[in-house]
Design a protein around this ligand. Structure first.
Ligand SMILES: C[C@H](CCC[C@@H](C)[C@H]1CC[C@H]2[C@@H]3[C@H](O)C[C@@H]4C[C@H](O)CC[C@]4(C)[C@H]3C[C@H](O)[C@]12C)C(=O)SCCNC(=O)CCNC(=O)[C@H](O)C(C)(C)COP(=O)(O)OP(=O)(O)OC[C@H]1O[C@@H](n2cnc3c(N)ncnc32)[C@H](O)[C@@H]1OP(=O)(O)O
Length: 383
């Protein structure tokens, strides 16, 4: 796999860093999640595919010293705390990079390592708001609306940070040097929205929120309810595709306002809505199948893995616990990601094997156990 041999230490965090670590693991990195000494062995990290877990108390000076030693043998450290937490633990980048100049020290936060909000708590919606992007999201006449925590946490955070790490790893092959990655989710999601910024002069966003071409304003870029209570998604933007969409609906384009007649959009939506309401989702699927009308069913999580197209591409996988999840993307032709099919690790399940792997002796490990600096949670065998 592309990242085989890369050793990553991921300090346990909420949502974005776990995704970042999972992406690296899917593509072959050996990812260790460093958990706290737990109250329970069951982790809340649901994005732990392919990771191992060790349990380490970083608040104890000897725990921090263990992490320093681990970092000497690692390629990447991924930390998800607000600015200042690592420095307070004596684990700031100046310390760790001095001990291992090849280390890539990735800091994944909401507000970044500087600026007046650097030490403030926050979540996806706050970062999205500060990036300007939230102001663009929402339906006409309604308040801005955050689409789950997908944009800032995952796209602008986890994925962008993974990109930074891979870029730094590539650069290190030339310079031999590590570096610090300051991955701010505000900036990550703002960068992701470059198209919005750079297309302003095209007049795409002149109208209020929810009244533009791509923000649920246009009747040909919308979802519609079908007679069986399901939905169809329409993205018939270009005139040639719009023509096919109108044809599929069984409407006469000569009797409709022109596609880009903004003032008629809300009437056109009503017309399309009443048309879609006359047939089931399956009926609309068979009408639009094989056309360029850009009309697709809105699938539920229950339906998505068995949809013919997704099945043909094996886009979803099932692990040994019969849990279905998306296959890692994108597909690399020679060195594709090979996700683990095993269950997620318990907190501290691999503490001992990881420490041995990083050069600790059995005696050192026993002392750390007895001093409660580390903990182990081996699953009991089912005999
Ligand atoms: C929208 C998303 C968030 C979604 C999260 C949900 C998935 C979960 C939120 C609530 C959960 C539920 C709830 O807990 C109740 C149930 C509990 C049950 O166990 C499970 C079911 C629950 C229903 C549970 C289910 C789910 O888990 C929830 C629904 C996001 O936006 S995520 C993005 C958040 N932002 C960032 O990541 C940006 C960077 N980070 C930060 O800004 C802060 O970390 C953050 C997120 C604001 C948290 O601040 P906090 O004060 O808690 O932490 P920090 O200041 O960063 O400091 C960390 C401290 O911890 C110490 N520490 C770290 N590791 C160790 C260690 N190994 N040993 C010892 N100590 C450690 C560290 O030293 C810091 O200590 P100090 O505070 O003393 O400096």
């Amino acid at each position: 796999m592309a990242l085989s041999g890369v050793r990553v230490l991921e300090l346990a965090g909420l949502a974005p860093a776990p995704l970042c670590g999972m992406i690296l693991a899917d593509f072959g990195a050996r990812v260790v999640r460093v958990d706290r000494v737990p109250r329970s062995a069951v982790a809340t990290d649901v994005q732990a595919r392919g990771k191992r877990s060790m349990s380490l108390d970083l608040k104890r000076p000897r725990g921090a010293a263990v992490l320093r030693r681990l970092c000497r043998g690692a390629d990447v450290l991924l930390e998800p705390f607000r600015h200042g937490v690592m420095e307070k633990l004596g684990l700031g980048p100046d310390v760790l990079l001095q001990e291992n100049p090849r280390l890539i020290y990735a800091r994944l936060t909401g507000f970044g390592q500087s600026g007046k909000y650097a030490k403030c708590a926050g979540h996806d919606i706050n970062y999205l708001a500060l990036s300007g992007v939230l102001s663009k999201l929402g339906r006409k006449g309604e308040n801005p609306y955050a689409p789950l925590n997908l944009l800032a946490d995952f796209a602008g955070g986890g994925v962008m940070c993974a990109f930074g790490i891979v870029t730094a790893l590539y650069e290190r092959t030339r310079s031999g040097k590590g570096q610090i990655i300051d991955a701010s989710m505000v900036e990550g999601v703002a960068y992701l929205s470059s198209f919005l910024w750079k297309s302003q002069s095209l007049g795409l966003w002149n109208r209020p929120r929810g009244e533009n071409l791509l923000d649920s304003g246009a009747p040909f870029c919308e979802t519609y309810k079908t007679s069986d209570g399901k939905f169809m998604a329409v993205g018939a933007l270009e005139p040639q595709f719009y023509e096919q969409f109108i044809k599929g609906l069984g409407l006469d384009s000569d009797k409709l306002p022109s596609q880009l007649s903004f003032s008629d959009w809300s009437e056109m939506k009503k017309k399309f809505a009443s048309t879609f309401a006359q047939k089931t989702q399956a009926e609309w699927c068979s009408i639009f199948e094989g056309t360029d009308a850009c009309v697709t069913p809105v699938l539920s999580f229950d339906e998505v893995a068995s949809h013919q197209h997704n099945k043909q591409r094996n886009s979803f996988i099932e692990n040994d616990q019969e849990e279905i999840s998306p296959r890692p993307a994108p597909l690399l032709s020679r060195t594709p990601a090979v996700p683990s099919f095993k269950r997620d690790p318990f907190i501290g399940e691999h503490t001992e094997e990881i420490l041995l792997e990083y050069g600790f002796t059995k005696q050192e490990i026993s002392k750390l156990y007895s001093d409660k600096v580390i903990e182990s949670n081996k699953p009991k065998a089912n005999l």
